[in-house]
Design a protein around this ligand. Structure first.
Ligand SMILES: O=C[C@H](O)[C@H](O)[C@H](O)COP(=O)(O)O
Length: 217
């Protein structure tokens, strides 16, 4: 089964968590694009959506979902988003599309974070996918040196600026056996906006598309 078919499958499966008439949290990425398409086909009527990126906002508007400013809601019952890697404890690496900061903000106010992924995203230990770290431009080299001291190989993402006007450093070569500690450590460095580890606020439910069907974890 090809990657797009798996993404469409898992996107459709996430519709069971969507409550009509509510404000839904919506993430970013190619799997979420499939989810927004599935939402359009489902005919489910939402009150609106809080989105984690300009890309998803645009797509949601195109299907007639109104965008709600996060400052106008206290909490969200459900947040649907993809991931770049998922470990056995449902800790994630996110930010392959550079949206990890807004994603972390929306996930934080959500009661249920439903992560949608295909089986290629499953790992035993996080870190094969380079960890994205959003940094303020003036801190780029200082933070890169600190990440290298942790044993990572750091590459600034070329020609890319986040929705918040910052830089992404992609950090390869980390074997992340304690994602909670690493998430806290990197986030404490001045100049880091957020890193792409979702371990402190991990997924509550992970839907995994496999050739045999959807698995729920
Ligand atoms: O910044 C992007 C997000 O964290 C995505 O959810 C993540 O990169 C997964 O994207 P995709 O569904 O395209 O693999």
């Amino acid at each position: 089964m090809d990657a797009l078919t798996l993404k469409k499958m898992v996107a459709k499966a996430a519709l069971q968590y969507v409550q009509p008439g509510t404000v839904l949290g919506v993430g970013t990425g190619s799997t979420v694009d499939c989810f927004i398409d599935a939402l359009a086909d489902s005919g489910i009527q939402l009150k609106g959506a809080v989105s984690s990126s300009i890309r998803s906002e645009k797509k949601l508007r195109e299907i007639g979902v109104s965008i709600v400013d996060m400052n106008d809601v206290e909490s969200l019952s459900v947040y649907v988003d993809g991931a770049d890697e998922v470990d056995p404890a449902n800790c994630l690496i996110k930010g392959g599309g550079g949206a990890n900061t807004r994603e972390k903000i929306v996930a934080d106010i959500s009661e249920k974070f439903v992560c949608i992924a295909d089986q290629s995203k499953l790992v035993q230990v996080l870190g094969a996918f380079p960890l994205p770290v959003e940094v303020l431009p003036m801190a780029c080299n200082a933070i890169a040196r600190k990440l290298e001291a942790l044993g990572g190989q750091v590459k600034p993402r070329e020609g890319f600026t986040t929705d918040n006007g910052n830089i992404i450093l992609d950090v390869a070569g980390l074997r992340i056996t304690d994602p909670v500690s690493l998430e806290k450590e990197i986030n404490h460095w001045p100049g880091v906006v957020t890193n792409g580890l979702f371990a402190i606020r991990k997924a509550d439910v992970v839907l995994i598309a496999t050739a045999e069907g959807i698995k729920t974890r």
